[in-house]
Design a protein. Structure first.
Length: 634
């Protein structure tokens, strides 16, 4: 294949290069020394990018949102590619249900590409990654030139629309483009929640996963065969082979493989497995009993045919997962609740959700919930949470009647959390979602009750960052009976049973990180870099942080000897330096601290007011009134 493609030169652009097909194609182009640019959104949160062990893989990756037409056009015009691989796709997984996003991703981006280069001399050729779903219900011995069957999903409709657009622009406008109808692709770098990774991880633990009916069938094709087909057709487009302009080509193995037959192939490679039990996984609307490609056209026109057998492909994919998997195959994950305190974070909510979802699903963890606590944010945070809860049932939220502060927001969400472990984090993306995976890995290795996020660096001013470091060290110095973890904020993973103990505390002005230290749960920490706030401006100020410091100071079990000694040092220092300022001002400040403690902390405790008052639940896109909205008042 390498010698066949020796004349294929760049620049090449891959849209959607962070996905399964796009990432494998990017690596293949790199191995062939083709100048290739990988355009994907938020590469820092993409598990394939982060997990790649070869630093050369990270070159020429551009952070571009293909759904932003201005951003996409600006990038493409600067690169001036000879060929564009359109690997963007949305709707192929059961949890991708947003019809509007499906249409924008699968149809509109392609239309914008054609409009962008219409009428230009030597426009870039476009290779579009289509889908066998275009055939609808007629996917048995599917031929490219036969009428399409009835569509069986919205995804099928949008992919059909894209393939028709390819045909129109090629036949009517003579644009160099091709549609490749990919069947059931598997292999390295596939999303961990898909069939093959799920199957491989389960048999690695000596068991079978939940399986659909035994006669559900697919045409399984290894991803290396797919990238070969894509590169082969790209070369023909660059050679201006007009026979293929606007044509559709099947990319499959041409064999109908049932789930029962697939499991038999796996069992040959993993001896000692019990017989699989079929039917425990729900049947989906697009599951069929006959689903395979006719490859006559691909073989005769492209001279392409699959080279990797199913047995060899399974063996190679198993070996890859054992070597490159983010975690050992035998690792089973607990369920997780992610509690997010939200105040003026509307612009960050969608990205935070997507990054949390990507991070957790990248290790095969699908049993999680994300609870957004809207602490009466004055922006459109509530609507953003409602929209997400409509798209994903694992997302829901709660709105408070007014702003009660981050600690009360956390308590509100923690009371509602249902899973085995709970993560609490701020909604401004300074607590990085990808670190949650590090929490889980560390907890698995150590078995501790709490895993803390330890800030090893900050994107803040020197004065601000050093002030934060001093804050933790002063509190630790003043603490009498227990040590406070240095440089560790609220961001942490906590066992649900330990959290239940924490929620029993009766303090009216809780300081969660100090209460956590007071309990002295078994703990560990993972380092992470705390970035600057990505959207909007921080609600922190020096006055608020001073209030925060005083609150922390009176939350620790203060060593009275240290406290009084410090006071005497200030007084005698002023006396011996003959400084009336030191002699008078510092004692006055100290008395002021006591006054703060008495008036704010003690009176707050005596009043016994609740930590928060809830007004609405935000569930499945609807606001539901809370009838018992007071929390943590007992």
């Amino acid at each position: 294949m390498s010698t066949e493609l020796s004349t294929l030169h760049g620049p090449v652009v891959i849209l959607g290069g962070g996905g399964f097909i796009g990432w494998n194609l990017f690596l293949r182009c790199k191995s062939l020394n083709i100048e290739t640019y990988n355009l994907l959104r938020n590469p820092e949160s993409n598990w394939r990018v982060q997990q790649s062990k070869n630093p050369e893989h990270l070159s020429n990756i551009r952070n571009v949102d293909a759904l932003n037409s201005y951003e996409l056009k600006k990038t493409l015009l600067s690169i001036q590619p000879k060929i564009i691989f359109h690997c963007l796709s949305y709707g192929g997984s059961a949890n991708q249900k947003d019809a509007q996003l499906m249409y924008r991703t699968n149809v509109m981006v392609l239309e914008e590409l054609f409009s962008m280069f219409q009428g230009k001399a030597n426009p870039p050729a476009i290779v579009h990654c289509g889908s066998s779903s275009e055939y609808g219900e007629s996917v048995s011995d599917a031929r490219e030139d036969t009428p399409l069957g009835a569509a069986n999903s919205e995804y099928s409709l949008t992919k059909r629309a894209a393939s028709e657009m390819i045909h129109f622009w090629a036949k009517r406008r003579n644009y160099p483009c091709v549609n490749m109808r990919l069947f059931s692709v598997y292999g390295p770098w596939e999303s961990p929640n898909r069939l093959f990774p799920t199957l491989i991880k389960a048999v690695g633990q000596g068991a079978w996963p939940d399986l659909a009916e035994e006669d559900v069938a697919h045409d399984f094709i290894h991803v290396d065969d797919v990238t070969s087909a894509l590169l082969m057709v790209a070369q023909k487009l660059l050679e201006q082979d007009q026979r293929i302009y606007g044509e559709h080509f099947n990319v499959g193995c041409g064999v109908n493989i049932t789930l029962k037959q697939l499991c038999a192939k796996v069992a040959e490679l993993v001896p000692g497995l019990a017989n699989p039990i079929f039917g425990s996984y729900p049947t989906r609307q697009w599951d069929l009993k006959s689903w395979y490609a006719n490859l006559d056209k691909s073989k005769s026109v492209l001279n392409w045919y699959p080279r990797i057998s199913l047995s060899d492909g399974i063996h190679q994919t198993m070996s890859w997962w054992r070597e490159y998997c983010l975690v050992p195959l035998k690792l089973a994950w607990p369920t997780v609740s992610v509690v997010v305190a939200v105040y003026k974070d509307a612009l960050a909510i969608q990205e935070l959700y997507q990054r949390c979802k990507n991070a957790l699903e990248s290790i095969g963890l699908n049993d999680f919930e994300i609870i957004f606590v809207n602490d009466s944010s004055p922006d459109h945070s509530e609507q953003e949470i409602l929209n997400l809860s409509r798209q994903d049932a694992r997302v829901w939220g709660v709105t408070h009647t007014r702003n009660f502060g981050s600690q009360s927001a956390f308590l509100s969400g923690l009371e509602c959390a249902k899973k085995e472990f709970v993560v609490f984090m701020d909604g401004d993306l300074q607590d990085t979602p990808e670190t949650i995976v590090d929490f889980l890995v560390e907890q698995k290795k150590t078995g501790v009750d709490v895993v803390l996020g330890r800030r090893v660096s900050r994107e803040e001013s020197l004065l601000w960052s050093q002030g934060a470091r001093l804050f933790y060290r002063v509190l630790n110095f003043m603490s009498r009976d227990y040590r406070l973890p240095l440089d560790a904020g609220d961001f942490a993973l906590m066992r649900r049973s330990s959290l239940s103990i924490l929620l029993q505390f009766k303090e009216r002005a809780p300081f969660l990180r100090i209460l956590r230290a007071y309990c002295s749960f078994s703990s560990s920490s993972v380092p992470y870099h705390r970035p600057k706030r990505k959207y909007g401006t921080s609600t922190n100020s020096w006055i608020k942080n001073m209030d925060w410091f005083l609150k922390g100071l009176f939350s620790v079990e203060t060593n009275s000897t240290i406290f009084l000694t410090a006071l005497l040092i200030f007084i005698f220092t002023g006396y011996f330096m003959n400084s009336s300022i030191l002699t008078i001002v510092f004692p006055v400040l100290w008395v002021g601290l006591f006054n703060y403690f008495i008036k704010k902390e003690m009176l707050s405790q005596l009043r016994g007011r609740p930590h928060f008052v809830r007004s609405y639940w935000l569930i499945e896109g609807r606001k539901q009134e809370v009838h018992q909205g007071v929390g943590s008042s007992s």
